[in-house]
Design a protein around this ligand. Structure first.
Ligand SMILES: Nc1ncnc2c1ncn2[C@@H]1O[C@H](COP(=O)(O)OP(=O)(O)O)[C@@H](O)[C@H]1O
Ligand SMILES: [Mg+2]
Length: 366
């Protein structure tokens, strides 16, 4: 393999002048490496710099400083249409009165590809997106989901090394969106093209990606596999943005090897395993997922905090309990409703224990 990385961003900065005359760093010194054949997602809230990153990779914007490499080649002197990438946007912008074949084959025609080859490649692209034989339909006669597939076929027909997708499913309703997520993932595996996928939807990113970069305010806060990002978030933003997390503020009392003792003032002490070293008196946030907590179920050798139930919410698959501790700390506990006629484990105002192992929480400092 010539180059292990499909795309590299090296210390990329992109600044814009704001309408008020200030300077905004839309992408703020981002370094990341996207492997060949990977399904890689840029995930973060609106305005965090996802589209700007994608536009720089595509060549529609140039970095203020830093480098972009595609397949090992530096891109600053390479124009957008010379780069081995194609982009699929949320607004798929098909030509409504043209046929599917004309829409998909348009770019090839511009490049001077002959009719016979064009037609063969369009058919092949239509097979890939599971719409074989649709060549003669008009774009405007297609449903939203079909139009998005055509937009995808239009990008795939160029056989790019890298496909850039900017919230491509954003316009679809939830059910179709879920179907298309699985299809896109399967398609990516089949064609083996590197996908860089932009989304603000954490569940979508977890479902589809080999790796995810979580972005906030122009910075890439953490890059990792879905389970790494979920199980070992690097900071509070990532822990909060991906899934649901409880945070309890505490003060480190001491550390014995891997086990850190944290005082939650007024609510008790917890012991948490960590590979990091903490100092006594240090402020930390004990971050723990609701599904890792057990209600009224002692965890031997773990933490068992006594508190009072504030609210109970039944949501079918699970029941959620809000438990308040004497020092004001609160935990949301999620219990799966496994038995058919599961009784609530507790009711509002009940005194309960919340149990969790020493390996369940993360100690976060930023
Ligand atoms: N051409 C531009 N001129 C000025 N500001 C821009 C321009 N493009 C993007 N921005 C700003 O850069 C920030 C990041 O935008 P964007 O990359 O579109 O975010 P995202 O795709 O994550 O929602 C936003 O604050 C946005 O307003
Ligand atoms: Mg965007």
């Amino acid at each position: 393999m010539a180059n292990e990385f499909a795309v590299e961003m090296q210390d990329v900065l992109k600044q814009f002048v704001t309408p008020e005359g200030g300077i905004l760093s839309a992408v703020d010194h981002v370094t990341m490496q996207i492997k060949d054949g990977e399904f890689f997602s840029l995930l973060g809230p609106s305005g965090c710099g996802k589209t700007t990153s994608l536009r720089m990779i595509a060549g529609f914007e140039l970095p203020t400083s830093g480098k972009i490499m595609i397949k090992g080649n530096e891109m600053s002197q390479v124009s957008a249409h010379q780069r081995p990438v194609n982009t699929v946007f949320q607004q798929y912008a098909l030509f409504p009165h043209m046929t599917v074949e004309q829409n998909i084959g348009f770019g090839l025609e511009m490049k001077g590809v002959g009719k016979a080859e064009r037609s063969a490649r369009v058919s092949e692209a239509l097979e890939m997106v599971r719409l074989p034989g649709m060549e003669m339909r008009r774009a405007k006669q297609l449903s939203g989901g079909q139009q998005q597939r055509i937009a995808l076929a239009r990008a795939l027909v160029n056989k790019p090394e890298v496909l850039l997708l900017d919230e491509p499913l954003g316009a679809l309703d939830l059910k179709l969106r879920k179907e298309m997520q699985l299809e896109l993932k399967t398609l990516q595996r089949e064609v083996g093209i590197t996908f860089i996928y932009v989304t603000h939807d954490q569940e979508e990113a977890l479902t589809m990606s080999d790796r995810i970069a979580v972005m906030s305010k122009g910075k890439a806060l953490q890059v990792g596999k879905p389970e790494e990002i979920y199980e070992r978030p690097a900071n509070k933003f990532v822990a909060d943005f991906i899934g649901e997390t409880n945070f309890m503020d505490g003060i480190v009392k001491g550390q014995n090897g891997k086990v850190v003792v944290v005082d939650l003032p007024g609510s008790g002490e917890v012991r948490v395993e960590s590979s990091r070293t903490f100092t006594s008196g240090q402020q930390v946030s004990v971050a723990v997922r609701p599904e890792k907590l057990r209600l009224n179920h002692e965890i031997e050798g773990g933490n068992n905090l006594k508190g009072r139930v504030e609210d109970v919410i039944y949501i079918g698959t699970d029941t959620h309990y809000g438990v308040r501790f004497p020092g004001g700390h609160k935990l949301r506990v999620r219990e799966q409703n496994i038995k058919q006629s599961q009784k609530e484990l507790a009711r509002a105002d009940d005194e309960v224990t919340v149990g969790f192992s020493t390996t369940s929480p993360r100690l976060l400092t930023e």
